[in-house]
Design a protein around this ligand. Structure first.
Ligand SMILES: *[C@@H]1O[C@H](CO)[C@@H](O)[C@H](O)[C@H]1NC(C)=O
Ligand SMILES: *[C@@H]1O[C@H](CO)[C@@H](O)[C@H](O)[C@H]1NC(C)=O
Ligand SMILES: *[C@@H]1O[C@H](CO)[C@@H](O)[C@H](O)[C@H]1NC(C)=O
Ligand SMILES: *[C@@H]1O[C@H](CO)[C@@H](O)[C@H](O)[C@H]1NC(C)=O
Length: 201
């Protein structure tokens, strides 16, 4: 009797200890981070049809420190930071376009000026999003990132108001849109308490 009860509890306990150790090795963490990214991106792409799964995996895998993320919450922080860096780069690019091309069509110049303002605000909002996320104010963080996403759409739509004008920012606005969508999905998963084991394979 005694022996049976000790073996039925003892072995699983030993096994789970062993599994804990084996997933803590650097190899285990790397393998499971990449599986965390894939699962998360799969879920993101399912909930948002405008989000590309490949873009999601590629961006998150290339993000600094993403190989250290071992849970969804850390991955979320990394995704918002990635979005923030992207905003800063895009803002510099818009500024450069405005200063380099002196003889730009006035309509395009005014669109770019609007986009510069939108991206400048978005950078501040991105900082707020990180603060809110860190403080677990997920509803606020959701609103912050949604407004960054809107900024990208508003910037892109500006160029469409005149026929024949091609937006020089389509790719960057789309990147902002996609990165915002990734962050939003992760924030919402955490907000609604979805754990990674629920994500399925
Ligand atoms: C990482 O997790 C996946 C499933 O999520 C599992 O198949 C794999 O064996 C794990 N890798 C390691 C090294 O533990
Ligand atoms: C997807 O994109 C289309 C066109 O930009 C937009 O109308 C729609 O609301 C978007 N859907 C989601 C879930 O964001
Ligand atoms: C924005 O992020 C995307 C995805 O990580 C990347 O491909 C792109 O080069 C970045 N753009 C800027 C301007 O940083
Ligand atoms: C936005 O980027 C995604 C991922 O790279 C791509 O699949 C999609 O076609 C792009 N959309 C537009 C409108 O450029």
């Amino acid at each position: 009797m005694r022996l049976r009860s000790s073996s039925s509890f003892g072995i699983p306990l030993f096994l789970s200890f062993f599994l804990l150790i084996s997933t803590s090795t650097s190899h285990g963490l790397t393998a499971n981070t990449s599986s965390l990214i894939r699962k998360t991106c799969k879920k993101c792409a399912q909930t948002d049809p405008n989000l590309s799964y490949n873009f999601c995996v590629t961006s998150l895998q290339a993000a600094p420190n993403s190989h250290c993320a071992n849970n969804l919450r850390q991955l979320g922080r990394i995704s918002i930071k990635l979005l923030g860096r992207n905003l800063t780069n895009s803002r510099s690019y818009i500024k450069e376009l405005l200063t380099k091309n002196k003889r730009m069509e006035p309509f395009v110049r005014s669109c770019l000026q609007d986009c510069l303002d939108l991206y400048s605000d978005a950078i501040l909002t991105g900082r707020q999003a990180i603060q809110d996320y860190k403080a677990k104010r997920y509803d606020d963080s959701n609103i912050d990132v949604s407004s960054i996403m809107d900024a990208a759409t508003t910037c892109e739509d500006g160029f469409r108001e005149k026929e024949g004008v091609v937006s020089p920012l389509t790719k960057r606005n789309n990147d902002t849109f996609q990165l915002s969508a990734i962050s939003l999905s992760i924030i919402n998963m955490i907000r609604f308490n979805l754990v990674v084991s629920d994500l399925g394979e």
